[in-house]
Design a protein around this ligand. Sequence first.
Ligand SMILES: Nc1nc2c(ncn2[C@@H]2O[C@H](COP(=O)(O)OP(=O)(O)OP(=O)(O)O)[C@@H](O)[C@H]2O)c(=O)[nH]1
Ligand SMILES: [Mg+2]
Length: 477
Amino acid sequence: MINIIGALDEEIKKGFVSVYNKVQNLFNLPDNAVVNVTIVGEQKIRSLNKSTRNIDKVTDVLTYPYVELKINSALNLNDYACDIDQSTNTLTIGDIYICKTQAEKQAKQYGHSVKREFCFLLCHGLLHILGYDHMNADDEKIMAAKQEEILSSLNILRYPVGASKKDEEKIEKDKLENKSKQFACGFVTVVGDTNVGKSTLINALVGHKVSIVSPKSQTTRENICGIYNDDSTQIVFVDTPGYHKRNTLVDDEMDKQIAAANEDTEVVLIMISAIKPLYEQFEKISKKVSKTAKKLLIINKIDQTTHEKLAKELIILNNIAVDEIVPISALKGKNVDMLLNIIKKYLPKYSYEMRYYPQDEYTNKNLRFMAAEIIREKALMLLQDEIPHGVYVAITDYKENENIIDIFADMYCERENHKAIILGKNGDMIKKISTAARKSIEHLVEQKVNLQLYVKVKPNWRNDLKALEQFGLKYEE
Ligand SMILES: Nc1nc2c(ncn2[C@@H]2O[C@H](COP(=O)(O)OP(=O)(O)OP(=O)(O)O)[C@@H](O)[C@H]2O)c(=O)[nH]1
Ligand SMILES: [Mg+2]
């Protein structure tokens, strides 16, 4: 049985029932098997995608199978006896979420009916539940053929019913012409060792400060999106924590963040520093980046080297497997515009305006998060040695009043003696951090800010799973 949740056109609902019935017959699904299909908006599918797959991106369909089937293996109810709902005698075999606006956009893009697109997405989800996959090209072919077989047997075609060969050709031609009206949109992940300038570059590309920067290592702790928009482009840049030696549990969580950012990205910028041996840096990082994405090697900090030195090193990079090599200085803005144009070349193109985020948003993080990061940035700048790496800032209250914003924050450190250093003699240090942070936050929110900072100790929190969960720094794999 199919259980449709959410508003949907009657015609499409009928299509859903016919697709389900066809699949039920083909795969001998028992009558008491149930699939829930929920129609959702972009926000919901994005948050589901983020919470279940750690991918902060709108998508068309998400499928969650509750049975473990392989292609051509039949569903045996006895295997799931405990999961059968006794009151209704039904077994839910999967949940499918379809994003309405994404389906409508895709129908437009492919030039077929909205019904065809919805039914295609349902069919795709159902096949996933039944064990089909598209992890490699062979499996993908098998799945695509099955989808086409099911949909065409129901007359839910790529072309309008009754279209002649000529009509079909015209539709294909229109599609091609549409393609020439190109809107570039996609995800671009920046990876590299800690301190190479990833966050500096993203701030420069986006034109806003979305990610904090410091001369100390391990500044960025979690993935942060910086969004670039113009009339024909949206680029979602993903800033990731830099690679460094793993010492604590929080480092492991940062590793998971880097892996997640590599999963579903169109382009990866592998960033290395011009002032360190280039090949060694590249070799280390390139092993860890997405296999499928386009790869650009970005050599940053060229303001700190000479042409001659760089040229020598570049020869060694002669045969590496990247699509382009771009030397830049993120700090001085050298070649940053050129890089932007190069990135645009490698993004997927759409015949319509395609944006994952509204045009006026430049980050996926809220002001509370940004305020906490700014406080941490000032701590990184003003405190010495290892202490700032063990700092976590939690905003406990953020109140927007008419003329002023009240922000209360706890700054956690790992030891009593660290607390004494953060407070400083007569509270001098915490005053310095607080004043610098307040000014920076005021600049961001364009309003007066009252910032109250409290220093607390949470012993060894970077190795404490509970603390990581409490701080929102624990991620699913
Ligand atoms: N000279 C020079 N310094 C730069 C350049 N880009 C970044 N920096 C400096 O390098 C330091 C590190 O920059 P970040 O942007 O925080 O580096 P990151 O790669 O994001 O570091 P993590 O977040 O720790 O991984 C800062 O002091 C920047 O000012 C550059 O092009 N030239
Ligand atoms: Mg950073």
